[in-house]
Each structure stands twice: as C-alpha cells, then as structure tokens.
Design a protein around this ligand. Structure first.
Ligand code: NAP
Length: 307
C-alpha cells in the first residue's frame, strides 16, 4: 500500500486527489518498483485533462499521474529480461502505473538499470526530457560548428537539448522569457529574450544566413515565427506541435526503448546530458510541482522525491 496522486475523471487540477493504493501487481513485461524520484512533465497534465486520449490506453479511473521514474525493483512480472529484484532502475510507466506514487509498475522494455555514479534524481529526468534531447539532435544530425536555435530553451527539454548540443560543438541560440536567461547563459547558450524584443529580428541579426537547425519546444505561432529562420525547413524539428509538417518541418521521432535510455544515462554520466533540476518536491507537494509546469513557464526540470 502506498500514497499516490491521481484523478478520478478528466479535468483541470481540481480533479486531482491523493489516495492510498495497493502495490500494483506487475503484469507481463512489467516491473514493480519502489519509486525514489518521479519526473514532472507537460504530458502529465495533458493526460489528466483528457487531451491525449490516444496515449492513455483507455485505462480505468482512478489513474495516477506521472510517466517517468527512478527507483528500486521490488518484483518482476512474467517475461522480463535483463532486470532483477533490487536493481536501481529508471524508465517509463507506459502501461499505466503512474509515477506520482510510492510504488508503481514500469514497462520493462522501456526501463534500464541506473549505472553506478548516476543519481536517481538525474535518472528520473532522462526518459522524457533526456531521450527527447538525444532524439531531436540525432534527427537533425548536424556537424560540429553548425548553428541551431532552441525555441523554448528554458524548460526541461530545452536546456537538455542545449547542453547536449554544446557538447557536440554546435553553436546554440535559445529563446525564452527573462527568468530563463541565467540558466541558459550558464551552460553557454546565446539567449534571446522573447519577452523584451522581436525574436525574428534578433535572430536574423545574429545569424543572417539562417539556422542550420531548429528544435522547437513551444509550437503554435511561435513555431511559425522561428521556422522561417531555418535555411532548410526540413531541419525544423518540433517536439510538441505535430502541425510542423504543414510548414515542411519534421515532428520528432521518439525512441523509448532500453537502449536509448542506457545511452542517455551514459551521456549523463559523461556530463553531456546533465539536466538542470530547479526544484525537488515531496509527494505531498506534487500538485504544486505540476502546477508550475502546467502554467507553461517552468525553468529546467522539476522532480518529486518520495520520503
Ligand atoms: N514528443 C515527445 O516525446 C515529447 C517529450 C517531451 C516533451 N514534449 C513536449 O515538448 C514541449 C516542451 O516540453 P518541456 O518538458 O521542455 O516543457 P517545459 O519544461 O514546460 O518548458 C517549456 C518552456 O517553454 C518556454 N516558453 C513558453 N512560451 C515560449 C515562447 N513563446 N518562446 C520561448 N519559450 C517559451 C517556457 O518558459 P518561458 O516562457 O518563461 O521561457 C518553458 O520554459 C511540451 O509541449 C511537451 O509536451 C514532447
């Protein structure tokens, strides 16, 4: 039995409630874990709001919030390869366990061991933000010396993309509001403040011949503004807005498998994918943690650490 934050129906933050739930029984291809740390992501409130029903598999209510976690394996379901009880692991709760909880089930093919030297707090941020950064830059495939724009650089994915890109010797320009400047400049990003000036004008002054690549984390009108700054529209990769294909760009291709998780962990160990973790909340504060992300302007990664 453990505490969990979930929801009994789709809706706004008002439908969230804490409840006690029995430890889930791991099914085929699942592992039961004691959660140490859960990552907080925009996807969590999108699922709660019922905006991405295709991703929740029509599971019964109440559902538990959260898609990613790091913790310790307590039990194995059938047909689990490569993981054992007591392993420290991190991964995706793709089969519906929810991770804002003291115990949950992770999908074993989408779960990896945490290598020695990597903290559970960092590992918990890798399934969504970390591997997304890896996938976006792999898809762009730009050589060292190329110049990219990260639109929405101050959030969880944006800072991860920026840090990884700088490690690959790309020149990184990033957009965000004023409060994000310090975080972005601290890792070597040339920062454009969208709140105090016109992004298109500032970017053209800096990079008159256009960007070699753009990673967009914002979408909508902002995506359309920055997409016009790319030398080749195919090198605009959107992470959240699928309508990017209407303007010739590409939606990110995601790899959620163990191999990609292991790769992201190695990059984190090497300091190339170190997430910027700006807040660590106890489970009792999970509603506040999610509210910060839901307001659309968080800095870096926010995590929930169990007692
Ligand atoms: N496809 C996938 O597998 C996948 C995986 C992860 C995330 N995503 C999606 O990718 C998006 C970003 O995720 P995230 O975790 O990085 O979100 P996040 O942590 O909430 O960060 C979003 C950032 O965008 C900034 N922002 C908002 N409006 C902006 C604008 N007009 N110009 C520049 N920056 C702006 C926000 O702060 P400021 O406005 O204060 O700068 C914030 O820092 C979300 O839509 C998420 O659902 C998709």
């Amino acid at each position: 039995m453990g505490q969990a934050l979930g929801f009994g129906r789709y809706g706004g933050p008002g439908v969230q409630e804490f409840f006690d739930r029995p430890d889930p029984v791991p099914g085929r291809g699942e592992v039961l874990i004691r959660v140490d740390v859960a990552g907080v992501n925009p996807l969590d409130h999108l699922l709660r709001s019922g905006l991405v029903p295709g991703l929740d598999g029509g599971r019964p209510f109440p559902r538990v919030l959260g898609m990613e976690a790091a913790g310790t394996v307590l039990a194995l379901g059938e047909e689990v390869d490569g993981l054992a009880v007591d392993d420290a692991v991190f991964g995706f709760a793709l089969t519906g366990g929810g991770t804002y909880a003291e115990t949950t089930v992770l999908s074993a093919p989408n779960t990896a061991r945490i290598p020695a030297g990597l903290s559970a707090t960092v590992a918990a941020t890798l399934p969504l933000a970390g591997t997304t950064a890896v996938d976006a830059l792999d898809q762009l495939g730009l050589p060292a010396g190329a110049t990219i724009l990260v639109n929405g650089v101050g959030g969880g994915v944006g800072l991860a993309v920026a840090r990884l890109a700088i490690g690959r010797e790309l020149r990184v320009i990033g957009t965000g509001s004023t409060a994000k400047r310090e975080h972005a400049e601290a890792i070597g990003v040339y920062f454009i403040d969208y709140a105090t000036g016109d992004v298109g004008t500032a970017a053209r002054e800096l990079v008159p011949n256009g960007f070699d690549g753009i990673v967009d984390l914002v979408g909508g009108a902002s995506l359309r503004t920055v997409a016009a700054l790319a030398r080749d529209p195919r090198n605009v990769i959107a992470v959240g807005d699928m309508s990017v294909t209407d303007i010739g760009g590409r939606f990110i291709e995601r790899r959620l498998d163990r191999e990609n998780l292991e790769r992201s962990a190695r990059l984190a160990l090497d300091g190339l994918l170190a997430p910027v973790i700006t807040a660590v909340h106890p489970l009792s504060d999970a509603p506040a943690a999610l509210a910060t992300v839901e307001n659309g302007h968080p800095s870096g990664k926010i995590v929930i650490k169990m007692a």
